[in-house]
Design a protein around this ligand. Structure first.
Ligand SMILES: [Cu+2]
Length: 136
């Protein structure tokens, strides 16, 4: 089963809830939900299990790169980031480390409420760069 432990999103979601992301805690009702979000309630861990919804804006962290390096989303859309390798990464947005350390298979979700261009970097790997363009 591909259930990724979402370690940092709790924090992010908590703050993002102010702008209406709280719904993500329910886990996308229209998705297949093959992994059964309901299981989450039964686990004792505080970290929710999160998967990247089919078709959701996604940036992979792999081979010491962000993949893709350019992504365009609409304001209010959630972007999913996943660390797919053993190196530690962060999702730093316009110079602010929003994710904290991400280990392999960690997923971080960030909602971009405002249009603009956002520079995505990693605290550990200066060569890791991506740009997210948020359209109004
Ligand atoms: Cu990195």
């Amino acid at each position: 089963m591909q259930l990724w432990n979402l370690r940092r999103v709790g924090l992010l979601v908590a703050s993002a809830a102010l702008i209406g992301v709280a719904a993500m805690a329910c886990g996308g009702g229209d998705d297949d939900d093959a992994n059964g979000n309901g299981d989450g309630a039964a686990t004792a861990t505080s970290a929710p299990e999160v998967t990247v919804p089919e078709g959701a804006p996604f940036i992979d962290q792999d081979k010491l790169k962000f993949i893709p390096t350019e992504l365009t989303v609409k304001a209010g859309e959630k972007v999913y980031f996943k660390n797919s390798e053993t190196a530690l990464h962060t999702v730093t947005i316009n110079g602010v480390d929003e994710s904290g350390n991400m280990k392999k298979n960690d997923i971080f979700v960030f909602e971009f409420p405002n249009a603009g261009e956002y520079k995505i970097t990693c605290e550990y790997h200066p060569q890791m760069k991506a740009t997210i363009t948020v359209t109004g």
